[in-house]
Design a protein around this ligand. Structure first.
Ligand SMILES: NC(=O)c1ccc[n+]([C@@H]2O[C@H](COP(=O)([O-])OP(=O)(O)OC[C@H]3O[C@@H](n4cnc5c(N)ncnc54)[C@H](OP(=O)(O)O)[C@@H]3O)[C@@H](O)[C@H]2O)c1
Length: 288
């Protein structure tokens, strides 16, 4: 389902070859920028720089406490709002219907926008209330305050339950060469939803990997670039690496001019160590 860009506005410094995926009729640029731990001016600076460099997909969350800075960066950077795919996530204490609505209204104010493209439940901390939460999210969708709704950190079983209750656009989960998501990648492909890979660089750990380094050397690319290419080659997948460093931002963007062989794909997949890096006390009982 990858296809060449159709609606990205050219800008002077912009990379020319972003890729997109079409999910349930909505176009998503497959490479985005994550913003966890990006705060204050440094967050605003890097998001603005990312937009100027051609990124059109931004990931934030109520929990990250940086929606205001993301909003300012979008205003300052230039691209029309309609060109940007913006995701935010509902906080863990905001799952009751009234809280879904009020916290999303606050997010929109901070982000200085009338709508987000994707509104996610950040963690399945109140899974018993999932029907109420999804119902409130669907009301926001009907009012045009979000284009799509989805979830994050849902196990395959939880996702199946959620998908029976509402049109789930996305599950955002940890996914990198050291932690494969075999069940969810298969479901995303078969059922036509977006799987967004968070911590796609395993928080920088892939940079030291000898196999990934050797593959990079063969292409004149860094391990981070090889890892992002490997992820972006997969169907219905997007990746949201985080950096606050402009040089690494440029590096992470420069992944559209090389191809990995099937053997290289398999070699990267074989690095799996079941290394889950994000596992807070409120995480679900993982069944994958
Ligand atoms: N839904 C969830 O529960 C959830 C959980 C975790 C993350 N996320 C989202 O996913 C995003 C990405 O995940 P993440 O931030 O945990 O991990 P990540 O993107 O895998 O790694 C970020 C780390 O790698 C470094 N880095 C970035 N590009 C690099 C490069 N080219 N070479 C070497 N190091 C590089 C960054 O440092 P510098 O900044 O110094 O470059 C940072 O320390 C988050 O920012 C957030 O938006 C969502």
């Amino acid at each position: 389902m990858l296809r060449p860009p159709s609606n990205l506005v050219p800008a002077s410094k912009e990379k020319s070859c972003m890729e997109e995926v079409c999910i349930q009729g909505i176009t998503v640029p497959t490479l985005g920028i994550g913003t966890w731990h990006a705060q204050g001016r440094s967050c605003q600076r890097i998001v603005k720089e990312a937009l100027e460099q051609g990124i059109r997909h931004i990931d934030t969350a109520q929990l990250y406490q940086n929606e205001r800075e993301v909003g300012k960066a979008m205003r300052k950077a230039g691209p029309d709002r309609s060109q940007i795919f913006l995701t935010t996530k509902i906080g863990n204490k905001e799952h009751a219907a009234a809280a879904v609505k009020s916290s999303t209204e606050q997010s929109l104010k901070k982000l200085r926008t009338d709508y987000v493209d994707l509104l996610l439940i950040h963690w399945p901390v109140a899974f018993d209330e999932i029907a109420e939460t999804l119902d409130a999210m669907q009301s926001l969708q009907a009012q045009g305050k979000t284009r799509a709704i989805g979830v994050s950190n849902f196990t395959p079983k939880q996702l199946q339950t959620a998908r029976k209750l509402a049109p789930i656009f996305c599950n955002q989960v940890e996914y990198h060469p050291y932690f494969l998501q075999t069940a969810l990648t298969r479901m995303a492909k078969e059922d036509g939803f977006l799987l967004t890979a968070y911590a796609p660089l395993a928080r920088g750990k892939v940079c030291e990997d000898p196999v990934i380094r050797a593959i990079g050397a063969a292409h004149g690319k860094t391990p981070a670039q090889v890892t992002l290419r490997w992820l972006l080659d997969q169907p219905n997948l997007s990746a949201i690496p985080k950096t606050t460093n402009p040089t690494r931002l440029a590096e992470n963007l420069d992944v559209f001019d090389f191809t990995l062989t099937p053997e290289e794909h398999s070699a990267i997949k074989a690095r799996d160590q079941r290394l889950r890096l994000v596992d807070p006390p409120f995480a679900p009982a993982w069944d994958d």
